[in-house]
Design a protein around this ligand. Structure first.
Ligand code: HEM
Length: 348
């Protein structure tokens, strides 16, 4: 049901510019006002969220670890520098691999029950599919976004835009040449969608907010592909419009096909939706305390900034001095047996 609602909602979004431009000729509204408004919502919302997260106290060291901590015997117990980073540099490298290679997803495992002659046993095995779908999707999206800079820059810089266009179209299939990332994006979204639809357990925990961005991005990709390969839109006129938007002197040429307005309207919806959605994992990964903190709790003394300065710290040694007698009576072990003696006993 959640998938159906999301799909229907995206269909409705497609209809809005089709009527708005195709029938009501509100070209300036859909070509300039809505994209500007959406960009402002995106920028303000994004910055506001990031600032709020950055200002939030992180009173505890809570890095996620998956390997050996630095030990007193480095030969016998070798530190796993990436899975248990203890310095800023080690944490930085772990973060680089996380951001560029989705390393934690690569380490993903799936648990299943295996029937044996002695009964069922629990088995864990490596599961790389999600990583493959995710990396295809994200890299395709990223490269397409970078390639789009050619619409907003004049002259078009060879690095990264021209070079990416060249490599992306290197197979020279069809005219205009097929971009590998176009196929990658559509395939990536379909695989991620298929996973949520087909896997019963994932389907059970999927909300509209999980399906909607996938359908919306699919619609953006399909409208872009339609423009490039089928409608063969007037890219010169579109560049006039996009350069106008970038320089705040907007013009709306007449010869632009309505499919462009659909594409831009869907992108505007994505921009306006972005700061309020799960897509904020983009900046979130950098601000996640489980990722961006070195695991040095046994090497450094960290003080909780929430500690009330009026309350004096009570170390265990003091605690034992205060309650040692009753602890001894209750048969609890003491670090210092002297603390277990009553004062007169100790004096004697
Ligand atoms: C979320 C951001 C966007 C995504 C994912 C996206 C996706 C795509 C895709 C997959 C294509 C097919 C051809 C290609 O890969 O170049 C395309 C084409 C196109 N997009 Fe986008 N797009 C986005 C944003 C925009 C924006 C902001 C504009 C302009 C205001 C725009 C204008 C165009 C145009 C004019 C084409 C046709 C290019 C041609 O004919 O060569 N897109 N888009």
């Amino acid at each position: 049901m959640n998938a159906l609602y999301s799909l229907l909602f995206v269909f409705l979004l497609v209809l809005i510019p089709l009527f708005g431009v195709g029938a009501a000729h509100l070209n300036s509204l859909f070509g300039a006002s809505i994209p500007y408004l959406a960009f402002c919502i995106f920028l303000i919302g994004f910055v506001y969220k990031v600032f709020t997260w950055a200002r939030t106290d992180v009173p505890f060291r809570i890095p996620t670890t998956g390997g050996q901590f630095k030990s007193f015997d480095p030969v016998m117990f070798k530190q796993n520098k990436l899975d248990c980073p203890q310095t800023g540099a080690q944490t930085f490298f772990r973060m680089v691999l996380e951001v560029f290679a989705f390393r934690s997803l690569f380490r993903n495992t799936a648990v299943s029950l295996h029937e044996t002659k002695d009964g069922p046993v629990v088995a864990y095995k490596s599961s790389k599919w999600l990583w493959l779908f995710a990396i295809t999707f994200h890299y395709s999206f990223f490269i397409i976004a970078l390639r789009h800079l050619r619409l907003f820059l004049e002259p078009i810089p060879f690095l990264p835009v021209g070079a990416l266009e060249f490599v992306d179209g290197i197979l020279q299939i069809g005219a205009p040449t097929l971009y590998l990332t176009d196929a990658g994006l559509v395939l990536g979204v379909l695989l991620l969608l298929g996973r949520r639809l087909i896997n019963a357990r994932i389907n059970y925990i999927s909300y509209v907010s999980d399906f909607f961005p996938l359908f919306l991005i699919l619609a953006i990709a399909l409208s872009g592909i339609y423009m490039r390969y089928y409608a063969k839109v007037d890219v010169i006129a579109i560049k006039e419009l996009t350069m106008g938007l970038a320089t705040f002197h907007y013009v709306i040429p007449e010869s632009i096909n309505v499919s462009f307005f659909v594409h831009v309207f869907l992108v505007s919806c994505l921009m306006a939706y972005f700061p309020f959605s799960k897509l904020m994992h983009l900046p979130g990964v950098f601000l996640s305390p489980t990722r961006n903190m070195p695991n040095d709790t046994r090497a450094k003394h960290h003080v909780n900034p929430w500690n009330d300065p009026k309350i004096k710290a009570h170390a265990y040694a003091d605690y034992e001095k205060e309650f040692g007698v009753v602890m001894a009576e209750a048969g609890l072990p003491l670090d210092n047996p002297e603390n277990g003696k009553a004062p007169e006993e100790a004096d004697a």
